[in-house]
Every structure is written in C-alpha cells, then in structure tokens.
Design a protein around this ligand. Structure first.
Ligand code: APR
Length: 320
C-alpha cells in the first residue's frame, strides 16, 4: 500500500533525468543514491522544488547509504562511468564491473524484491554481472538498450521520410554495441514495411543502410558532440517506459536486454530481444522469425557479448 518507491542508483546525468521524469509522472517516491557525497542530496532538493511549479506530489531524497533504498519497488542503475570521446562502451568494463558488484550487493541486502533496470555500460555484460552479484531472479533484472536504440532508428527514419515519429515502429535486436542489429523486416511506418515505404518515397536502399549504420553508432555520435559524457535524456526516458510497464502491469512488448536461455539458440546470456514486461518483471522473451542475414548479424552481436562475459569472469573470479 502507499506510494511506490523508486531507487535510482547513480545520480549523475541519467539519474537526475530519471528522477525528474519519475516525479513528473508521479510514479512514486524517489531516492537518489550515489557515492558522491552531497550531490544526490543537492539534486533531490533542486528536484523537490520543481514540485510546486510542475504540480507533482513526490518525495525526493538523496542518500549515500544503501539502507535508504530498502523496500524499493523499482531500482534503476546508472552507477559507473560514462564514455569519453573515442572510447567504446567495452572500454568501461573493468571500472563498471566493480561498481556492479557494490550495487548488486546493495540491492540484495536492501530490496531483493525490486524490479531492477540496468543502464550502465557495456550494457549486456553489466546487466548480466549485476544479476549475478545481486542473486535476484533473472526475470527481475533487465537491461535498457533496445528501447533507446529503436528510438534512435525511428528518429532517423522519421526525418528521412518526413513523417511523424509516432508512426514509426522501429525494431533493434542484439547487444547494445556497434554490432547491434536494426531489423528492417520488423520495422514499419504505421504497418507499412520500411523497404516498401522507402520505394514509395523514392528513398534508396543505400540511404536506408546509412540510417542503419548511424543507428548503430548513435551513442558514439552524441559522445563525440558532447565532448564530456554520454547521452542522458533518451536513455532516461527509455528506462522510464520500462519501469511504467512493470508498475502498471502493461504487458508491453519492448526490446530489452533480457536473460535468454534456449530461445534464439542462446544458452544463458543477456542480450536485446523482444520482451513482455508486466507485473512479473520480464514475463516472456518473444522469439521472432529472422532472415539468414539477420540471424548471422545477431550471432556476431551475441558473440561479442559472450566475449565480454568471459572478460568479466577473468576480472572477477566469483563470476566464473
Ligand atoms: N555507486 C554508486 N554510484 C556510483 C558508483 C558506485 N560505486 N560509482 C560511480 N557512481 C556514480 C557517479 O558518482 C556518478 O554520479 O554514478 C554516476 C554516473 O553518472 P554520470 O557520470 O553523469 O554518467 P551518466 O551519463 O549518468 O551515465 C551512467 O549509463 O549510459 C550509461 O555509459 C553510461 O555507464 C554509464 C552510465
């Protein structure tokens, strides 16, 4: 009973944006946690003072003590370091793996019944490690990547076609890296397959390929432009849509980094697949038909994720 409790582990650029969105939507009371002292408390005060202007009721607090996330219904994890220009997400592995260990233990000890959404990169490896360290069931730990990658793909397609983003249903599978797999066969403009609509609009196949490529490198493009840090508005709003699906038992089918065992020929790893999110967490992984080329691309992507998992096991023997 009472309001939901949302714990944000990491109160940096994405964490602060998450808090603002969650408050505005009155999703529940919010705890901003960080290792940096004062910063989450300062952001919590600043965000609380949005309430009278925006008209939301939400208690927003900052903390450096894991005890304050006790009983959280949803935990969204952004703790760690973001990329600098020229870095790949994989370059963050060593540092962020240690962060996932601390966060996983904090969750295990304080809110083992929460639904946990990981955003920290390299995403597919970090969500796997966070699950291992926390010991939570696989259906209660998920990674945010596909909603964001699909949003990037949809944005670029809408610009190219001069159509509303609302009509673009874009589909991206695989790992959250440069090998991700934008799937054209499941991407539609209000139901019209993207290749058909490209023909109607006189957009060449090579132009669509360029958009696929830009989508794959979409995070890096922003890192290069910002010069300091990585994307945060769209990553935050993407994770909020997943949290809403859980809290509202919406049974949405969203592309998420989910635990896949058996389906897609995979044997126990986290990677981006269409996933039903409802009150049970990640309730079902949906296995769709793929062309041979899409299957081959997915294999490249999942092989890259497997390599990162091996690297994690090498860095922390408790994972082996
Ligand atoms: N426990 C809690 N918080 C931590 C820890 C830790 N062990 N280590 C670092 N942090 C905090 C930092 O103090 C910082 O406030 O995590 C926060 C990260 O915030 P930013 O540096 O602003 O990074 P952000 O842009 O929010 O991205 C966070 O998400 O998309 C990914 O690649 C991105 O891994 C990065 C993460």
């Amino acid at each position: 009973a009472g309001r939901k409790k949302i714990a944000l582990i990491g109160s940096g650029m994405i964490g602060g944006t998450l808090a603002h969105l969650a408050a505005k939507k009155e999703m529940g009371d919010i705890v901003l946690f960080d290792i940096a002292e004062g910063m989450p408390q300062g952001k919590a005060l600043d965000l609380s003072q949005c309430g009278p202007v925006e008209g939301f009721d939400a208690k927003i607090t900052g903390s450096n003590d894991y005890a304050d996330i006790a009983g959280a219904d949803v935990v969204i994890v952004t703790a760690g370091v973001p990329r600098k220009p020229g870095m790949s997400r994989d370059d963050l592995l060593g540092i962020n793996l240690k962060v996932m260990k601390a966060v996983g233990e904090g969750i295990k000890n304080n809110c083992p019944d929460a639904f946990v959404i990981c955003i920290t990169n390299p995403l597919d490896a970090m969500v796997w490690a966070l699950r291992e360290f926390s010991g939570l069931p696989h259906n209660k730990v998920v990674g945010m990547a596909g909603v964001l990658d699909s949003a990037r793909f949809a944005t670029f397609l809408a610009w190219e076609f001069g159509c509303s983003v609302k009509d673009v249903n874009a589909f991206v599978l695989g790992g959250h890296g440069d090998t991700m797999v934008p799937v054209k066969s499941y991407t539609t403009i209000n139901g019209i397959p993207v290749d058909d609509y490209a023909k109607i609009k006189g957009v060449s196949a090579s132009r669509i390929d360029e958009i696929v490529d830009r989508t794959r490198k979409g995070g890096g493009e922003i890192v290069g432009l910002l010069g300091n840090g990585s994307a945060y508005y769209a990553p935050a709003t993407s994770a909020i849509s997943m949290a809403e699906a859980y809290i509202g038992d919406q049974k949405r089918i969203l592309p998420c980094a989910s635990y896949v065992e058996g389906k897609y020929g995979l044997d126990g790893l986290y990677v981006g697949v269409p996933t039903v999110i409802g009150a049970g967490g990640t309730e079902e992984v949906v296995e769709i038909e793929l062309s041979d080329e899409e299957k081959a691309n997915l294999k490249v992507s999942t092989d890259a994720v497997e390599e990162l998992l091996e690297a994690c096991k090498g860095l922390d023997s408790s994972l082996a």
